[in-house]
Design a protein around this ligand. Structure first.
Ligand code: FES
Ligand code: FES
Length: 164
């Protein structure tokens, strides 16, 4: 057993877990954060993507004990109260979700992609960056459109914050 200390969506968590517990298991089964999905057992689908210290990571690929001390953000931690994150809003506006199963992972990955490309994003880059996230409804077109639109909104938001 290991004592795991994490900040999850801004809340300090301390849990005793088996050494084999995956981060996704801790999030879903111990903390009830079921927005992080499990869509494969081969680390291919990306439905389990969360942010660890600000970087997108597939939470089925890391042990909870391995990331003790880190700050984790899940899809539940993205909105500010009733205000959706620009990436969530863009998925809604541009119909980037169909059955919605891959959506939490797509959104968490989308935010990470935008953060890593402050210079701007073109469609080819977004599609390449999304190679680790599988949508079984295969509707990538609107997902790509949503991420491109959110990139603009996130940049505009950052600019207006800087101007304040
Ligand atoms: S559940 Fe993690 S990559 Fe599929
Ligand atoms: S929207 Fe259904 S799997 Fe992507």
């Amino acid at each position: 057993m290991s004592e795991v200390k994490l900040t999850v969506n801004g809340r300090n968590i301390s849990k005793s877990v088996s050494d084999r517990t995956l981060l996704v298991e801790l999030l879903r089964e111990e903390l009830g954060l079921t927005g992080t999905h499990v869509g494969c057992d081969t680390s291919q689908c990306g439905a389990c993507t969360v942010h660890i210290d600000g970087n997108a990571v597939k939470s089925c690929t890391v042990l909870a004990a391995q990331v003790s001390g880190s700050s984790v953000t899940t899809i539940e931690g993205l909105a500010k109260g009733d205000t959706l994150h620009p990436m969530q809003e863009a998925f809604r506006t541009h119909h980037g979700l169909q059955c919605g199963f891959c959506t939490p992972g797509m959104i968490m990955m989308g935010v990470d992609i935008v953060n890593r490309h402050p210079e701007g994003l073109d469609e080819t880059t977004i599609r390449k960056e999304l190679e680790g996230n599988i949508c079984r409804c295969t509707g990538y077109h609107n997902i790509v459109k949503a991420i491109a639109a959110a990139a603009e909104d996130m940049r505009a938001g950052a600019t207006s914050l800087a101007a304040e």
